[in-house]
Write a protein that binds this ligand. Structure first.
Ligand SMILES: [Cu+2]
Length: 328
């Protein structure tokens, strides 16, 4: 089998950014013997957390890889809002964000971070989300924003005033060039009252509770699971942290908040856990619709605008392949 090394070299040169072998080749089956473990933020060491935060800041000091007049940090925001409609509310939601996290993790590592992507387990923290370790001003991403009247067209700003990102300046709001501070506006909780038949939990925690996740985990079809995860807990965390006024809200520019990537790594983990419940059926199970309403397939390409190669969905289904090679 002397030709194998040259085939490997060829496939690497064809996909320079990720070097993923083409689909069902025997090469793809090579064992990933030592999968990288993605940790929950609160379980990482203090050194790992501070190295992660430093690497995020490093992204703001590097130039765009897309040739844009903005920072490498903004490339991820730009990519997300540019392809937004093609990767939300459709089958590709889960694999596209899986790829996005891989690209982001790679840039953090190029900035000197030795660890792997990390996640925020908001299911575990759903009873008191504002107390979560990720919001710690010293060992986390800082907390809620502070309401202040503003002279410009924001009227009121909710800038995050503590933690490592208190001076983070952001360029985009949705697809608009609109410089601003990192903003968060935690959703308030309400007791039941005359006009509120059901109490509303702090930061909408009831919408990403263990009970809700148990319901979504009971879905047995990929598209039902994916829509349930996207529409309820995933959306509630965005809104619970960002409100309508904050960067983590429903804006297409939500990767502005560095917490976005811990949120989406948790979404990725929940998909992985669902796949693990029935690996032989679910590892490669992919169905649902594309943006244009046609049926999605494993050969659909995931658009990343040049931050990597546009690769097929099938390359992102099984995290235990040699190319992804991670676990939770
Ligand atoms: Cu998204």
């Amino acid at each position: 089998m002397k030709f194998l090394p040259s085939l490997l070299a060829l496939s690497a040169s064809l996909t320079p950014t990720l070097a993923l072998p083409q689909p069902p080749s025997t090469l793809a089956a090579r064992a990933c013997t030592n999968p990288k473990v993605r940790k929950e933020w609160s379980k990482a060491t203090a050194a790992e957390r501070s190295s992660y935060i430093s690497a995020v800041k490093c992204l703001t000091t590097k130039p765009s890889k897309l040739g844009k007049n903005h920072r490498l940090f903004d490339d991820f925001v730009y990519l997300h809002f540019t392809v937004f409609q093609h990767v939300h509310g459709v089958a590709a939601f889960l694999p596209w964000h899986r790829y996005l996290i891989v690209l982001y993790e790679r840039e953090l590592q190029a900035c000197g971070y030795n660890g792997n992507a990390m996640y925020w387990d908001w299911v575990a923290d759903s009873a008191a989300p504002s107390k979560a370790a990720v919001f710690d001003p010293v060992t986390g991403f800082g907390g809620n924003g502070t309401a202040e009247p503003s002279n410009d067209d924001w009227v009121t700003t909710y800038c995050v005033k503590n933690g490592p990102f208190s001076n983070l300046q952001l360029k985009y709001w949705n697809a608009d060039d609109r410089p601003h501070c990192l903003q968060r506006f935690f959703a308030l909780g309400y007791p039941a009252g005359p006009d509120i038949p059901e109490p509303v939990a702090e930061m909408l925690g009831d919408n990403y509770s263990p009970a809700i996740m148990a319901q979504i985990n009971a879905e047995n079809v990929f598209s039902d699971f994916g829509h349930g995860l996207e529409n309820e807990p995933h959306a509630a965390v965005h809104l619970g942290v960002g409100g309508l006024a904050g960067d983590m809200g429903p804006q297409s520019s939500s990767p502005n908040d560095p917490l976005f990537f811990l949120h989406h790594t948790q979404v990725d983990r929940l998909w992985w856990l669902w796949q693990q419940q029935n690996p032989s059926k679910r590892t490669m199970e992919y169905n649902g619709m594309r943006f244009d309403g046609s049926a999605a397939t494993l050969d659909d390409l995931l658009p990343v605008l040049g931050l990597g190669a546009d690769l097929p969905v099938r390359d992102f289904m099984d995290v235990s392949t040699d190319n992804l090679c991670y676990k939770y």
